[in-house]
Design a protein around this ligand. Structure first.
Ligand SMILES: CC(C)(COP(=O)(O)OP(=O)(O)OC[C@H]1O[C@@H](n2cnc3c(N)ncnc32)[C@H](O)[C@@H]1OP(=O)(O)O)[C@@H](O)C(=O)NCCC(=O)NCCS
Length: 231
């Protein structure tokens, strides 16, 4: 993630997470938190064991609380302006489109952080890991997935909250926030429906529009979703 996501992804560049190792470290904690749900995936080179693609997925349950998962994370765990700006961006865009209400569901499976190492890109790995994530999302209902233990993440993340109960309720939709053309292309191929398109020029970090640091005035992000079951 540090190498393939925070260095290359456009909003990480716009918020200068790519230049702030502490911010990147804090965002890794968001990945660790998601990993506890037991539904994140990696692609590994069999011969060497090298992880070349990763997709951290998070099961989001609709709660009566005013604050979302991202807002709580930002308030409680981000000390750096860069990491706060990135998570705030995700919370803000997510907030622009209430998928729980739109689909009348109580639980969603968020394809949250996706990255492939530069030298392994354009080999269909990103597409495959998203496709398998959707398959896993469908299997949560049947108890195929169990949360992993904090201890499995190693001592660095021992402070994260333990999840011992199986996830309840189960996801009825998949959702994704895509900030680059490549991921937008992937979810289009997987038949996700775009519900919100936002120009990145609307967001500002440290006096500069996101698009200024990205170097593309037309850059957009999209929120898309896919129902997991026939209604
Ligand atoms: C986005 C990312 C994960 C895609 O990974 P990948 O393993 O290359 O994915 P795929 O090989 O399945 O390619 C996905 C699609 O994007 C296209 N694509 C890949 N690189 C591209 C590029 N530089 N320009 C245009 N299209 C590109 C591919 O052709 C493919 O579409 P196709 O199947 O219609 O040909 C990878 O580019 C990445 O890690 N980027 C940096 C981090 C990031 O931006 N993450 C996503 C945040 S939402």
């Amino acid at each position: 993630m540090k190498e393939a996501l925070w260095q290359n992804e456009v909003v990480s560049i716009a918020t200068e997470v790519n230049k702030n190792p502490k911010a990147a470290e804090e965002l890794l904690e968001l990945c660790a938190d998601a990993a506890l749900d037991g539904v994140s995936l990696v692609a590994v080179v069999v011969k060497t064991g090298e992880v070349v693609t990763a997709l951290f997925n998070k099961i989001k349950v609709k709660t009566p609380s005013e604050k979302t998962f991202f807002e709580i994370f930002m308030t409680e765990r981000c000390t750096q302006a860069s990491s706060r700006a990135l998570v705030n961006f995700m919370a803000d865009v997510d907030g622009g489109c209430n998928l729980f209400e739109l689909y009348n569901v109580d639980c969603s499976f968020d394809l949250m952080f996706l990255a492939t190492l530069r030298e392994y890109r354009k080999q269909n790995l990103g597409t495959l890991i998203c496709k398998y994530s959707v398959e896993i999302a469908r299997k949560v209902r049947d108890g195929f997935v169990v949360p992993i233990n904090v201890a499995d993440l190693g001592p660095k993340y021992s402070h994260l909250k333990k999840t011992t109960k199986p996830i309840e309720p189960y996801p009825k939709i998949c959702q994704v926030l895509c900030t680059v053309k490549e991921s937008q292309k992937i979810v289009e191929k997987l038949k996700f429906k775009v519900h919100l398109t936002v120009p990145l020029s609307l967001y500002v970090y440290d006096g500069k529009r996101f698009t200024e640091r990205i170097g593309d005035e037309d850059a957009i992000c999209q929120i898309s979703a896919l129902p997991l079951y026939e209604s």
